[in-house]
Design a protein around this ligand. Structure first.
Ligand code: AMP
Ligand code: MG
Length: 332
């Protein structure tokens, strides 16, 4: 026994030295990448211990974002969505199950919001170029507004086809596709064993786990400034913000921005920004756009009726409004 005890420390020492060498070569850290995809900034950050594997995962994440962009962008002539916009008024267009399912999801949000969320908003929306300050004439806009109605989309779930009931109709998934893409990337990273990370596409973010023992801190930007008005400590959730400051131009004091109220065929003006918290980005994304159109009263009513969904709204006066499940920090 004595001999054993004497010999043990030497072995232990060797073992410890070996272990510390291992730890040094496999020390975990944050790895991130930022790329412009889907007309926005995509940012992915993950906690990994193998730099090569981390870079490969970041590449897979960006590839997935790019794949969805090539499928769903209205600006890519070869995308399925562009084909739908070109041909669906002439004859039913066959699309992938993936695009079909996302259109169904979008229509679900149209149904529960009385049409506030409506991918046919693009019948009007595509006549605007917010960067170039281009807008349609009042008559043109009015005529295009008549074409907005998701119920004029004929969807055949068996044949996987979509057709437009009226010529001139357009669809655009800009209010939901980024969230969908974020969820796909999160699923991919999780399946590869990522336990801590963040995936962001413009205003849509989803968190994997926490920030290594502490929550992630996500800021809600002041709609008319750069500073954050609220910082949210979050883990394992999705958060999406829509605002009238993202894509807009002003003319004679009127702000023409990218979120269109389907009922009026023009930009929605009651709120300045809407932030939605949910489990999945696809829902948070669609709902941030939906609630922006609905306004505070109807928007909060909808959010309060949905399990696991919270909202933080900033109205025209700068007042912050919360869904019932959140505690207003100024009320204490
Ligand atoms: P978000 O990026 O989530 O803030 O959503 C804004 C985007 O949603 C716009 O840039 C449009 O592509 C799209 N969008 C605008 N108005 C609507 C609407 N009423 N329903 C569905 N999507 C919309
Ligand atoms: Mg959105």
């Amino acid at each position: 026994m004595g001999l054993l005890l004497l010999r043990f420390p030497k072995k232990l020492l060797t073992l410890l030295l070996l272990l510390s060498a291992c730890v040094q070569t496999t020390q975990a850290e944050w790895f991130s990448r930022k790329e412009p995809i889907m007309g926005t900034r995509v940012f992915v950050e993950i906690w990994q211990d193998d730099p090569e594997r981390a870079q490969s995962l970041l590449q897979q994440a960006m590839d997935e974002m790019e794949r969805i962009n090539l499928l769903m962008s209205p600006y890519q002539d070869a995308s399925e969505l562009a084909k739908v916009n070109r041909d669906a008024a002439l004859a039913p267009v066959h699309i992938s199950r993936e695009l079909f399912n996302l259109i169904l999801k979008a229509n679900h949000y149209s149904d529960i919001s009385g049409g506030a969320f409506d991918i046919t908003f693009a019948s009007v929306g595509h006549k605007f170029d917010y960067r170039k300050h281009i807008r349609p004439s009042a008559e043109e806009q009015k005529a295009a507004a008549e074409l907005i109605d998701y119920r004029h989309l004929a969807l055949d779930p068996k044949g996987l086809t979509i057709a437009f009931a009226k010529p001139g109709m357009r669809i655009d998934l800009g209010g939901i596709a980024k969230g969908y893409a974020v969820d796909n990337v999160v699923a991919l990273l999780r399946a590869s064993g990522v336990r801590n990370g963040i995936v962001t596409a413009g205003g849509d973010s989803r968190l994997i786990g926490d920030h290594r023992g502490r929550p992630w801190m996500l800021g809600i930007k002041h709609p008319r400034g750069e500073e954050h008005v609220i910082t949210l400590p979050l883990s394992d959730s999705a958060v999406s913000t829509s605002g009238d400051y993202e894509r807009y131009f002003e003319e004679d004091g009127v702000r023409f921005h990218h979120i269109i109220d389907p009922a009026k065929g023009e930009s929605a003006h009651e709120l300045l920004s809407t932030t939605i918290l949910a489990d999945h980005s696809v829902d948070a994304d669609a709902l941030s756009t939906t609630v922006f159109v609905l306004g505070a009263e109807k928007g909060l009513k909808l959010v309060n009726s949905l399990a696991g969904v919270s909202a933080i709204l900033i109205d025209r006066t700068g007042k912050v409004r919360y869904s019932d499940d959140l505690v207003d920090p100024t009320m204490h």
